[in-house]
Design a protein around this ligand. Structure first.
Ligand SMILES: NC(=O)c1ccc[n+]([C@@H]2O[C@H](COP(=O)([O-])OP(=O)(O)OC[C@H]3O[C@@H](n4cnc5c(N)ncnc54)[C@H](OP(=O)(O)O)[C@@H]3O)[C@@H](O)[C@H]2O)c1
Length: 330
């Protein structure tokens, strides 16, 4: 398994992780048995970075991951997140809590659900603008001292916030959406800040929430409660315009002799040795396909051709609704 250094001083983790979110939330029906088999298969293949969060389910995804790693703890590098608070009465609404007391309670609850003594990588899921980042990261640093957490991360934090956080405690990873159709970390200074500060970038939704694989042909492919039905890039005309980009990805992938999913992942991994990707899947067969991306090496001319498809303005729609966009790059 190819590994990459997380943060300036390690540890080494698999270059491709496994996003576990869709196993319990947002993307339609769940099959816990196949999901657990997928996690086991990943660990057997040497993929150790498992990504979850307390709000996936909510809570049930951490329980699922905990069940899957029981008896295999030493093979897994478990990353989870705190800080997004769901409203049971409104599935689309999101609150954010970064208060130190909340951080401590959230960590204890995640440890319990996961059934482990230490979280390998603990992320703040979204920056709470009402709490100084120094206070939140200060509380996270105390969790490291207490042995409850090994490494710290932030998600969707701006370069300026990351810089302040790093003054309190080393940050090993910044998680952000990053893919062929989401170039924000390159455009808003986040990736540059990561490089300056020795922080790895962990790319989430590297398959464009499945869209870049070519497997999604119409909005009807989504189940009734699928989150993507409410996501701007998958709605109305945007869907059709973006599908035209995916057709081009399919052609480039065919030329390269790989699948569109592998091309999309290989592009992310080609952005630097300090970039990792955590594609999500609930199925062993797709996990194997996605791991095949580690064998795909893109030449400079191929990277240029891919970038030409996703030139500025080519993608229709923002990656989140307006409310969601206010919670990123904070
Ligand atoms: N920090 C954050 O705010 C944040 C936000 C979103 C996600 N994340 C993390 O990032 C992980 C990955 O992101 P994501 O799950 O949103 O999106 P993604 O990895 O871009 O795509 C996942 C989707 O693609 C499908 N898929 C996977 N491999 C495929 C293949 N080879 N061919 C066809 N379809 C394929 C999956 O369906 P199947 O399951 O049916 O294969 C799923 O619907 C999540 O699991 C989560 O851990 C973090």
């Amino acid at each position: 398994m190819q590994t990459r250094l997380l943060g300036r001083n390690g540890p080494q983790v698999s270059a491709l992780g496994l996003g576990c979110m869709g196993m319990s939330a947002f993307y339609g029906a769940h099959d816990d048995a196949e999901s657990i088999a997928t996690i086991h298969h990943a660990l057997e293949r040497g993929l150790n970075l498992l990504d979850t969060a307390d709000m996936y389910g909510p809570h049930t995804n951490e329980v699922l991951v905990g069940k899957a790693i029981k008896g295999r703890r030493e093979q897994a590098f478990v990353a989870t997140k705190f800080g997004i608070v769901l409203d049971p009465g409104n599935p689309q609404a999101r609150g954010i809590d970064g208060r130190p007391d909340y951080v401590r309670a959230a960590c204890d609850a995640s440890l319990k659900r996961l059934g482990i003594d230490t979280i390998d990588l603990y992320y703040q899921h979204r920056v709470d603008p009402s709490v100084p980042i120094e206070d939140t990261v200060g509380a996270m640093a105390e969790l490291v001292t207490a042995g409850k957490v090994r490494y710290l991360g932030l998600s969707e934090a701006s370069g300026a916030t990351l810089e302040r956080a790093c003054k309190v405690h080393p940050i090993a990873a910044l998680q952000s959406e990053f893919s062929l159709w989401t170039r924000d970390p390159q455009e808003n200074g986040m990736l540059a800040a990561c490089r300056r500060l020795g922080v790895s970038l962990v790319a989430y939704s590297p398959l464009g929430r499945g869209f870049l694989t070519g497997a999604i042909r119409t909005p009807d492919d989504f189940e009734a409660d699928d989150y993507r039905r409410h996501s701007p890039r998958f709605m109305g005309d945007n869907f059709d315009r973006n599908l035209q980009l995916v057709e081009k990805v399919k052609t480039l992938a065919a030329d390269k002799g790989c699948s569109p999913a592998q091309l999309a992942l290989a592009w992310v991994l080609a952005q630097g040795d300090d970039v990792l990707a955590i594609p999500g899947t609930r199925k062993r067969s797709r996990l194997d396909e996605n791991l095949g991306a580690l064998q795909v090496r893109l030449r400079d001319d191929e990277l240029t051709a891919i970038d030409a498809v996703f030139s500025p303005g080519a993608v229709a729609g923002q990656r989140y609704t307006g409310a969601g966009m206010h919670m990123v790059n904070v």
